[in-house]
Write a protein that binds this ligand. Structure first.
Ligand code: ZN
Length: 177
């Protein structure tokens, strides 16, 4: 009796396993057909854009890539903001102990600063998306040169090429120092 039971259960397991493999394959196919996006985990990044040979700077495909990058980033930021908001709400009770209260206030101030930073980034992302629409994305606001794919991958909301940005920073330092 016992032997037959094991055999049956093994068969069932096998069946389930084969079903799983089929399901996995189906998912893989769908993902491959759509964009090769690496969502989740590492800050919701999409794999860097691979330019084709002789591809024009800011081609339609390139623009689509950066739209996807910007949208995913925005989604991630909104998620983060919601988390902060929920945290602030649930931990909103005040402590009687002044030490506890002080550390709580510090924590809240930090979270509010983070939220503020995230909000600013989201509006920058909106500006970048609008620029893509206007065919104005990827070009330096100051000198009109290409900002460059590499720099845009690292900072998708960049509005200045590295030269102008560096110059700005030097000027700023001179003004402040
Ligand atoms: Zn420039």
């Amino acid at each position: 009796m016992a032997k037959t039971k094991t055999a049956t259960s093994k068969k069932t397991v096998k069946k389930i396993n084969s079903k799983k493999t089929v399901a996995k394959k189906a998912v893989k196919k769908v993902v491959a057909k759509k964009a090769p996006q690496k969502i989740a985990n590492n800050k919701s990044k999409i794999a860097p854009y691979k330019s084709r040979k002789n591809e024009k700077y800011m081609s339609a495909a390139m623009k689509r890539h950066f739209v996807a990058v910007l949208l995913l980033w925005k989604e991630h930021l909104i998620d983060e903001m919601q988390k902060t908001f929920d945290h602030l709400k649930t931990k909103g009770e005040t402590y009687a102990d002044p030490v506890d209260r002080a550390s709580q206030e510090e924590e809240f101030a930090f979270e509010l600063r983070t939220r503020d930073r995230e909000r600013k980034l989201i509006s920058k992302i909106a500006v970048s998306l609008e620029k893509i629409k206007q065919d104005d994305y990827g070009w330096c606001d100051a000198c009109g040169d290409e900002i460059g794919i590499k720099r845009l991958e690292a900072r998708p909301t960049a509005t200045h090429c590295i030269d102008c940005k560096t110059l700005d920073e030097i000027k700023e330092k001179q003004l402040n120092g």
